[in-house]
Design a protein. Structure first.
Lengths: 289, 496
């Protein structure tokens, strides 16, 4: 069946033969050659137009002035320009009004998620569930208040920061053991009492005595019923959530040495829109009040 | 592999030899006209078909809405997560190609390929402007660009460009509302992407259909190679009955045949016309002249052949004129050629088409098709996906209860807003709570997907709170019509 094509009657073969099947030596179409020349011309243009030759202090620039770095910068600038109206709106509305505007809420949540991952996840965890000493933000227990305005204030001024000159998030618990404000026995008693508020004391016989110690030393800040005080960041001792652990030893350590958890003031690093975005994000993670 | 002395090629490169297909008529030509009318009609007219879907949805019957990630096809609306329909259609297209190629060879190339259809259209215009093969050859060979040549060429190119423009223009109508875009295009208000797409497709249509033509099939297209691998000895393809046609020779009028006695009496050894056996092929070149690929089918099956059947029409025409049976060039399989040469009856056409191989392809093709249709009919107008939040797996609340969080995505495929009621089915102690609302109902706007955070709380000390994990089913109900859908998931407790 193998016959030579009609149009190129004299193409001949390459001399290669596989089981009697010979390979025709058909000439390439000439336009194919032109495309080859075109690639050469394009290559020369490319070398002149774009960064190409590596030199000691970088590559040749090319007459188009193209740079991926500049493209990224332009993309970011364009992106920021597009976001500007939304950011302005976010930074100016009432905090409580954000949740009523579905578009603004969606934007704040998305932007807040990005801010959170960049600045907050290191301590509070990528799922905002915290760690020992770093509050869980998805539960319903808040040291300084869980409504959007309180969260916003906390993020803005930080916790226990010298820059917080209005004393919005300042407080300090005495180190009852280290500073010898209480006897060791009294500390054991008060720890047992505190444990009894939310569950079972380790030693039930000490609870009654502990109540007296609590009344005299702790109730001023943590409240008569141990419900805490969000105005001074005093934790609720009667709930199931323990920032530093619910074991006897962990609670005793808190009483003996006291704790002094701190968070940076974010108004020095984030814009108002970013702070509001991340406040909204935290508020809508399940614990917002 | 054996190696013998290669023949030196005449040239490393050869210019394209222009092809001037002659006009032909016959059943394959008629079939090609019909297919051209249908395929071009579908292509140009489809975007203009309207289909009412309600106020919030487009009323274009076939629309690829890239901006909103939707594909509309009459009563079907495909969302991005249903892309498997497209994958299924591609599988069907692939199997369909296997089927047709194993039964009828390169039938796609010859009749339905856009390259073939548009080239056919461009050749039609060319013939209409410049005349048939001989006139076009003369015009081509005429070196001098006189007024007539200039006028004919210009007319042809303008008509080609108009067709190309309509082709590129029709394409963009599939991607946005056609009537609105038509107005925008004319008033120069359309998006630059619409213009650039039109420009590129106009240029490629003009170049592929008018200038490059068969070069695309021979050098640019992968199908000829792939399809050649899918054909076998029972595949029907265009063939030349060379045992009938050869040796070919010019048709000699009978009256001029010398009497045998006169030839014998002559001194010179003249070979008698009657003695020389002559086949049916009269070497009239009709089959070559009509070929859009510029090949000679009498050389046998060739990679260039797109099996358009025009040579069959041309040859049958000639055979009728000289009073010979039709079918010197015909749809033939390799097994037919062997059988006929051996003097046996070839298989019937149906035996070539219905073979185990083609039946297998048809079965597979139908199975995929049925699966797609079933999938299309059982899918609901409301859908949900449930992604349990695993970071953290659960949260202990201040009253000691255990809370799980689920990201529930609700899809409303209707053209109006719908209230979706969310409920759970699981351990009776579990309580449901939605983020951002005290109610258990959320409004999902028309034709959108909403993300709703759903909390499920197990009281302190309850069975789900203390277990490792428990089954949980999340239900969604469209309150407006009672449509329901659910997804199964798990509730994670503290464990003991």
């Amino acid at each position: 069946m193998a016959k030579k094509p009609t149009q190129n009657k004299d193409v001949g073969t390459t001399g290669h033969s596989w089981d009697g099947i010979e390979e025709l030596n058909t000439p390439l179409p000439r336009w194919w050659l032109w495309t080859f020349y075109a690639t050469i011309v394009w290559g020369l243009y490319y070398v002149a137009a774009y960064p190409a030759w590596p030199l000691i202090n970088g590559a040749t620039q090319g007459f188009l002035g193209f740079s991926t770095r500049a493209e990224v910068a332009a993309d970011i600038a364009e992106f920021e320009a597009k976001q500007a109206p939304m950011n302005d709106k976010l930074a100016s509305v009432e905090l409580t009004a954000i949740a009523d505007d579905a578009e603004l809420l969606g934007y704040a949540n998305s932007a807040g998620a990005a801010v959170f991952k960049t600045w907050c996840a290191q301590c509070h965890g990528s799922g905002a569930s915290g760690a020992v000493g770093y509050p869980n933000l998805v539960d319903d227990d808040w040291l300084w208040g869980g409504d959007i305005e309180s969260i916003h204030t906390t993020i803005t001024v930080g916790v226990r920061q010298p820059t917080d000159e209005d004393y919005l998030r300042q407080s300090e618990m005495p180190a009852f053991g280290r500073d010898e404000l209480l006897e060791d026995g009294q500390i054991d008693e008060v720890v047992n009492f505190v444990m009894s508020l939310s569950g079972d004391a380790q030693d039930a016989t000490l609870v009654e005595a502990g109540a007296v110690v609590y009344e005299e030393n702790c109730a001023a800040c943590h409240g008569d019923e141990g419900k805490g005080d969000i105005d001074q960041g005093a934790p609720n001792l009667a709930d199931a959530i323990w920032l530093y652990g619910d074991s006897y030893d962990a609670i005793r350590e808190s009483v003996y040495y006291a704790r002094y958890g701190a968070m940076p003031a974010w108004n020095t690093r984030l814009s108002e829109a970013e702070i509001r975005a991340v406040s909204t994000f935290v508020h809508t993670r399940g614990g917002g009040q | 592999m054996s190696q013998s002395q290669p023949d030196a090629p005449q040239n490393l490169y050869a210019a394209r030899e222009p092809v001037f297909p002659r006009r032909v008529s016959g059943k394959f030509r008629n079939m090609k006209w019909v297919i051209m009318a249908i395929t071009l009609g579908i292509y140009y007219l489809t975007p203009w078909i309207r289909w009412d879907r309600g106020v919030n949805l487009p009323d274009q019957a076939v629309l690829v809405d890239l901006a909103n990630r939707r594909f509309y096809f009459f009563w079907i609306e495909i969302w991005p997560h249903e892309f498997y329909f497209v994958a299924g259609l591609l599988v069907m297209a692939g199997l369909g190609l296997f089927l047709f190629t194993s039964a009828l060879g390169r039938v796609w190339c010859g009749y339905a390929c856009p390259q073939t259809v548009w080239t056919d259209l461009f050749i039609l215009v060319e013939r209409w402007v410049e005349g048939d093969r001989n006139a076009r050859l003369r015009l081509h060979r005429q070196k001098k660009w006189d007024a007539r040549k200039l006028r004919l060429r210009l007319t042809k190119f303008v008509l080609w460009i108009l067709i190309a423009l309509a082709t590129g223009g029709a394409w963009v109508f599939y991607f946005t509302d056609a009537p609105q875009l038509a107005v925008d295009l004319v008033t120069l208000n359309a998006h630059p992407i619409a213009y650039s797409t039109m420009l590129i497709l106009t240029a490629t249509t003009f170049f592929f259909g008018g200038i490059a033509r068969e070069q695309i099939c021979i050098y640019a297209c992968p199908w000829p190679r792939i399809q050649a691998a899918m054909m076998d000895e029972d595949t029907l393809t265009i063939g030349y009955r060379h045992w009938r046609g050869e040796p070919r020779g010019k048709l000699k009028p009978h009256k001029k045949t010398k009497p045998a006695a006169a030839a014998a009496a002559s001194d010179a050894p003249v070979i008698s016309e009657a003695a020389a056996p002559q086949g049916d092929c009269i070497d009239c070149m009709a089959c070559v002249n009509v070929c859009p690929m510029g090949i000679d089918i009498r050389d046998g099956q060739q990679m260039e052949c797109i099996t358009c059947g025009l040579c069959i029409d041309a040859c049958d025409d000639v055979m009728e004129k000289i009073g010979k049976p039709r079918g010197l060039i015909d749809y033939l399989a390799l097994t037919d050629e062997t059988a006929e040469q051996a003097g046996k009856e070839p298989k019937s056409v149906w035996k070539h088409i219905f073979r185990p191989r083609t039946i297998l392809y048809t079965t597979l093709w139908s199975l995929v098709g049925i699966a797609l249709v079933v999938a299309l009919f059982i899918r609901a107008d409301i859908e949900l996906t449930v992604a349990p939040v695993r970071n953290p797996v659960y949260v202990t609340l201040s009253d000691g209860s255990i809370r799980n969080t689920y990201d529930v995505r609700l899809r409303n495929k209707n053209g109006d807003d719908r209230p979706f009621k969310i409920s759970i089915k699981g351990h009776p102690t579990l309580r449901l709570q939605l983020e951002g609302t005290p109610y258990d109902t959320v409004d999902v706007p028309a034709d959108t997907m909403s993300l709703q955070r759903v909390y499920v709380v197990a009281p302190k000390g309850s069975e789900p709170a203390l277990s490792e994990r428990m089954d949980l089913r999340i239900w969604v109900e469209d309150i407006s019509n009672g449509d329901r859908a659910y997804k199964d998931t798990l509730f994670n407790g503290k464990g003991n």
